[in-house]
Each structure stands twice: as C-alpha cells, then as structure tokens.
Design a protein around this ligand. Sequence first.
Ligand code: SAM
Length: 445
Amino acid sequence: MHKLPEKFINRIKNGFPNADELLTALNETSPISVRLNPGKPNSLNKLELDEEVLWCENGFYLKTRPKFTLDPLFHAGCYYPQEAGSMYIESVVKSLNFPDSPAILDLCAAPGGKSTLLAGFLNNNGILVSNEVIRSRANILAENITKAGYANCLVTNNDPKDFQNLKGAFDVVLIDAPCSGEGMFRKDPKSRGEWSEENANLCSARQKRILMDIWDSVKENGYIIYSTCTFNPDENENNIEWFLKELDCEVVPIPRFENMLPDSKGYGFYFVPGLIKSEGFYCCVLQKKELLNLKHKVKLENISILKSIDYISFISKKENSLIYWNHDNFLYSSTPKTLEFYQQSLIKLNWIKKGVKLGENHKKGFQPDIELALNSTLINSEICIELNEQDALKYLHGDTFPLDAPSGIHLVCYQKQPLGFIKHLGNRFNNLYPKEWRIRMDLGF
Ligand code: SAM
C-alpha cells in the first residue's frame, strides 16, 4: 500500500484544521454510497441500504459493497454509485434562486455522477448540457446520461473555451474541476503515488484558466458552482479569492450540515473524512454580477419537426410534452426547450448526444436505438419481455439464449425496467445491446 506523500502530510499538519482526524481517517475504510434515480423507482433488491445521506434526498450509504456489475438494475440506470460528499450538489442547487426551467452546464462532467444528479433534480424541466473535454470519457458520460433516462439532456465534447461564444447562455455552470485528487487517497491508494506538489500547482493554474474561459457563458446573476475533491487551499479558497479579485462576482451562502468544515476564508465548505462520512469534497458558489448586453438575434438551425410518430409502438402514447425531429437520418426527441438550445448552438459545439436518439427508419421498418429503451420519459414499457436475473445478465453480457417470442424487434426488461432491444428471428434472437456497454467479466453461468 502506498504511503501518504510526506509533503501532503506536512501541509495538512501545518495549517489544515482537524489534521489528525483527516490523516487517521485516510487510512481507514471508505463508506459506500449510492444515489437512487427518482425517474426509475424500483425495489433494488441487491442493495442493502443503510442510513440516508443528509444532504441528498435520494442518497444512501450501503451496509456492504455489492458487485454493481452483477445487478441488472444498475445497468438500467435505477441508481448511481456516488461518493456521498459529491451529493451535496443537490442541496446547493436547491438553495439557489434561478428560473423554473434553468439552463445548466456541467462543464467537467465525466463520468457523470453530478450530471445524473442534476438530471434527476431538473426532472425534464430546463436543460442540462453535460460536457467533457476528453473524448473517451465523453462517451462514458453519454452512456450514464442515457441510462439516467431524461429527455432534456445534451452531451458535448469541448474545451471550456468553446463555450465562450454562448454568451449568457447558462443560469448555472458547475465546474467540478480536475484537481490533485487528495480525496481519492483512501478509495484509490494508487492515487497517493501519483500526487506531487508540482501537479497540485498545475491544477490550481488550470482551474483559474477554466473559470476565465467559461465566464462569458454565465448569465447575469447566474451562478458558478465550483467544486473539487482535494484539501489543497490553493485549488479551493485561494482560487476563489483570486476569482473575486479578477471577476465581477460574489460568494453566495450555501447550506451547512453538521460537521462540514468552513474553508479558511469563509467562502465555502470542506467535507473532511474523519469529521463527516465522505471521501473529501470542497464546494463554493459564486454569483455573476457583471451586466451583459445580449441584444443580438440568434439564428436557429433549420430542423424539420415530425408531426406524427404514432407508428412507433415503443413510444408511450401518454407522452405529449416532447417533440420529435429528423436529423442526419435519425429520429430524435427531447423537450422543446432542449431542441431550441441545440438549434442555437448547433455549429459551435461537438455534440455527443443531441436529445434522445429514437432510432432509424430503414426499408425493413423502424430500428430503435438503445437511447429510446432507456428513456423512462418516452419508452412504452408495457410491451416488454421480462427476463429473469440470469437472462438479464446474459443479455447485458451480449449473449443470446433460448427465448420464446414472435419474430421482430422486442424490448427486454428486468423487474419492469427496460434494458434494451433484441431482434427475434423465429428460432433465435440477435442481441442489440451496444457492444461498448456490455459486461466484460465472466458471468460464470
Ligand atoms: N463531475 C464528474 C462526476 O461527478 O462524475 C467528475 C469530474 S472530474 C473531477 C474532472 C473532469 O475534468 C475529468 O473528467 C477530466 O477529464 C476533465 N478535465 C481535465 N482537464 C480539463 C480541462 N482542461 N478542462 C475541462 N475539463 C477537464
């Protein structure tokens, strides 16, 4: 096991409050926690829920660590394993004063923990744009957003400076900044060997750059939620102090729960292991005060809206608040506001997910996409084939097995939660679960 870096220990001992509690706790076992998806309620029989996470309505600690990979409901998006401190973002967004249907940008979003939380909070109101600069991580982000199953989410793969053109577009920008990751020291002991003071300094400089790059895209009186998973003041309160000098903004008071530690300047709070059940988290909120002159007219990209999609039996007839459109030969759906946002910024961003991809009209008929199967707002789950646990895992593994069904495309479910599609050929079926998402471990049956 890697030891804690000497220079880290010295820095903590020379000035971080509750240093002994922190250093002791970093050598103890990590608590495990999950956040349930309010859009996909289920009995979750594989999870032994323990106490609630106080700062998040759907957050729970677990009594034991299950093998998440072997729970079909994890793949269905019914819950997301998430470090408890990170769930504080829910209390923060609930405390802010923004319009009913806000536009939120999660700038450093992969793998999607905070984005899926925000999607659940918005519950199809407003828009969530989740961005990730590293392409491979942007794909994982899109997978997790797809599994969360909301119809107001967009995913982009851009550098923060690419958002400069979207002046005043967002009511809230979450910067969950890339950091020196001292909050990973317990959960991932390897990270202790990767830490260095030089890297922490580079992180601090990069965080400043990210905030400057994104500044123009925040609305007047809009908010920047700034967070890290490190205990280094230079990446936290000292950076906030720098932002306050450079930019026209103010610190906003945010909710305080028992044992949260105020930072040394009173701007935000730390979640410190040993004091609170978390791996380590820092959060502070800034409100933009600068006046914006937004008189320019935005040209909307031309997209043809579809009048009827009644022929697609997989779409719930109960859903009438969404719109449907054709783009690049695919059919899509989303809330009207999400489409409008996408149309406005179409050319400026690198889109990984543009609303919910429903599928494609082929000569042979409609070929549905996995995004439709997992979208709880759109999918008609009344006509699904229920799989038992073993078969559900085999399906998620990419296998095929004996299954009685008429020829054609079918939705398959586990405990009524859609997992994906199959194409039945009469005597066998083709597994349409995306190759990149399949369970890779040997199932042993
Ligand atoms: N918010 C995520 C969640 O809750 O699941 C975790 C985000 S992680 C702390 C920081 C992310 O920032 C990483 O995905 C990383 O790839 C990305 N990143 C790295 N360099 C960046 C940069 N220069 N600008 C923006 N994002 C960057």
